[in-house]
Design a protein around this ligand. Structure first.
Ligand SMILES: [Zn+2]
Length: 393
């Protein structure tokens, strides 16, 4: 209600300013002797709505009454943007379309309004209409042209049209927007993932090389390259690539572990796997590494060693996942009443772990169980990292 009131105040002021400027111009041109200038009928109709506590009708009437001239173009653009930011896309479209239809706009003003109209359509979910407007604007060499390219990339990203998004990215756009370099690497990774799912290794490799060219620090490209190597039978190359990732960004260590295990199992090298996990654990005390190590030791029949290791780490850096696994290890050795107690205890830890988020977006705080490469809430790429602490790693 307060924002409605503020919007109305802005509109009334804008309208009064427009009216005053218009009146001043009119006087300059032909000073009417003794005549009293009049406010438009819409102004009074709007006021009437306002007094009758009908803010929606009042807003529409004031918008109609706000004359379009060179002094009020910015007000009209801002007004439409204000509606859009309030989630009233249909009103924003009406204001901007009304403005766009004016033949008096300069070429640059017209382009700016077209860009805002495209934003309105995107906000309303009318992506086809937004795309048509933006494609016309991308030819424009001005700042508006570049802004429309950025928006078009965003649109293709929403539609998961990765190839089109990459195609829209010119080298100057990438140079001016480092955030897009990171995003572009992920677009190429998305394409590579689709190709990998169809076992099209050569095409997937090409996309991954492109991802690395966009962003040399793209962890996802390295991880996918390792998965490609593994899928095409080069487990050794996969391991080499995976072991590079902790040096690039240790946050993604939990994400590489399953592929690392799979690669060693393909080579039938569980001892080597245990050694590599041990080395990683010394440098990065993540619970996920500890649990994979304990699992490997168990599979090698080194049960006591696994138990001692987990128990040692839990004393120094306790985590719910670690305690749950420790109970599991104790259960292997227990029987009778003791085992029954442990089962009860493990039921409790499993309940606590159920649906517990393991990842968090460093940009907006969104939490999730699985790792997303793009945050579903703020849409930032590569911002979701594992949660560290008792309830996480
Ligand atoms: Zn986020």
């Amino acid at each position: 209600m307060l924002t409605d009131f503020l919007l109305l105040v802005i509109l009334v002021l804008a309208l009064a300013t427009g009216w005053w400027l218009g009146r001043r111009e009119k006087y300059r041109r032909t000073p009417p002797p003794g005549a009293t200038p009049e406010l438009s009928r819409d102004y009074f109709v709007g006021l009437n709505y306002l007094l009758n506590e009908q803010p929606d009708e009042a807003i529409d009437t004031f918008v109609r009454a706000l004359e379009v001239n060179s002094d009020t173009i910015e007000t009209h653009i801002a007004l439409g943007n204000l509606f859009r930011s309030r989630g009233e896309s249909d009103r924003a479209v009406r204001v901007h379309q009304n403005l766009f239809a004016r033949p008096s706009l300069t070429k640059e003003q017209s382009a700016r309004v077209q860009l805002e109209l495209a934003r309105d359509f995107m906000s309303a979910g009318l992506l086809d209409r937004a795309e048509r407007l933006l494609l016309e604007l991308t030819e424009n060499n001005s700042e508006t042209g570049q802004n429309s390219q950025v928006l078009l990339v965003d649109l293709y990203e929403r539609e998961k049209e990765w190839q089109k998004a990459i195609h829209t990215l010119s080298s100057s756009l990438l140079k001016d927007h480092p955030r897009l370099q990171k995003a572009a690497a992920h677009y190429a990774c998305e394409l590579a993932s689709e190709l990998l799912a169809k076992n099209q290794f050569a095409a997937a490799r090409k996309q991954l090389k492109q991802a690395q060219a966009f962003d040399a620090a793209c962890i996802r490209a390295t991880l996918l390259m390792a998965q490609l190597e593994l899928q095409s039978g080069s487990a050794k190359s996969a391991i080499r690539l995976l072991l590079r990732i902790p040096n690039q960004d240790a946050n993604y260590l939990p994400a590489i572990l399953q592929t690392l295990v799979d690669a060693h199992l393909l080579l039938d090298q569980p001892e080597e796997l245990a050694k590599n996990l041990e080395k990683l654990l010394v440098e990065h005390s993540y619970t996920s590494i500890l649990l994979h190590l304990a699992q490997t030791l168990r599979s090698l029949g080194r049960h006591q060693e696994a138990l001692e290791k987990v128990s040692h780490y839990m004393r120094h850096q306790v985590s719910l996942k670690g305690v749950d696994y420790l109970i599991d290890l104790y259960m292997d050795q227990a029987s009778g009443e003791e085992r029954a107690h442990l089962v009860t205890l493990r039921t409790l830890t499993r309940q606590l772990l159920e649906h517990k988020p393991e990842h968090q977006c460093t940009s907006c705080g969104f939490q999730s169980v699985q790792l997303y490469w793009q945050c579903p809430k703020c849409r930032e790429w590569g911002s979701i990292k594992p949660i560290i602490g008792v309830e996480g790693e």
